[in-house]
Design a protein around this ligand. Structure first.
Ligand SMILES: Nc1ncnc2c1ncn2[C@@H]1O[C@H](COP(=O)(O)OP(=O)(O)OP(=O)(O)O)[C@@H](O)[C@H]1O
Length: 245
């Protein structure tokens, strides 16, 4: 699965937030989308999942754009939003069944997977509850379970770490690893740079709607030799330099 974002100019109104954003995510790769508040991470994600339409440029998943085949394009994406999106009137079981229907999943196979995931995230005794009333972290876990039953080839994960307890973070990272090993691609935005540094294969550093630099950690160190060793050092150095330009 390849995600290609090419020269995307986009945003919410006439004034673009994203300015010719270009990057890709290859098979089995976890790419970290890193940037300060307002850098354009969620806007980039909203374009990829088809909530926003680029003013210019294009986004392809395995060579196909949203316009070429809307259904095929969207079924390839499992999206975990920063703020959980839940239906007030649906139980946890109904949320899972809705996901199974939307992705045309085999019912028995999907339930087997769902039960395993519910068990991992300690939600297995809450199938008849209404997740709209869950705690923030529990709501996020519902989104994670829904995303991972799809076994979609592309996972888009928007800031997953801030509301989750350490055990859930660990479990989520394991699930990501499992999907990567099966060839899935993962794009994850986060502010938790030490975790990103440990787990991401590559980074896209976004600043003010522009890709400032991208690459593996050794490549970033080479591009900014005076910045320091860690992703945090490199990111701080890049944003400070930018502010002084
Ligand atoms: N719904 C919206 N309508 C208009 N402008 C928006 C909207 N959402 C975001 N923006 C603007 O787009 C820019 C990028 O915001 P975005 O949410 O993509 O940043 P981010 O990198 O995800 O930030 P954060 O780390 O705070 O989540 C900001 O200037 C923001 O004000």
């Amino acid at each position: 699965m390849t995600l290609q974002v090419t020269k995307v100019v986009g945003g919410y109104s006439q004034i673009p937030v994203l300015k010719e954003v270009t990057f890709d995510v290859q098979d089995g790769e976890l790419v970290g989308l890193i940037g300060l508040n307002g850098a354009g991470k969620s806007t980039t994600i909203n374009h990829i999942i088809g909530l926003l339409t680029p003013f210019k440029g294009e986004i392809k998943i395995n060579g196909v754009t949203l316009n070429e085949d809307k259904n095929a394009y969207k079924k390839q994406i499992a999206y975990i939003p920063e703020t959980p999106i839940l239906y007030q009137e649906l139980t946890l079981k109904e949320h899972l069944e809705m996901t199974m229907m939307a992705y045309s999943l085999d019912h028995d196979k999907a339930w087997k997977k769902a039960n395993h995931l519910l068990n991992i995230f300690r939600l297995d005794n809450k199938l008849d509850w209404f997740p709209a009333n869950f705690s923030k972290g529990m709501k996020q876990k519902v989104m994670i379970v829904c995303a991972f039953i799809t076994e979609a080839p592309l996972f888009i994960i928007d800031e997953p770490f801030l509301g989750l307890d350490p055990l859930a973070v660990h479990d989520l990272l394991n699930l990501i690893d499992e999907q990567k090993a099966k060839g899935a691609s993962v794009l994850m935005s986060t502010h938790v740079l030490d975790t990103a540094e440990k787990y991401c294969d590559r980074f896209v550093l976004l600043h003010d709607g522009t890709v400032k630099t991208e690459g593996t950690l050794p490549e970033l160190r080479k591009a900014l030799p005076d910045a320091g060793e860690s992703l945090d050092d490199i990111y701080m150095s890049m944003t400070r330099a930018d502010q002084h330009e």
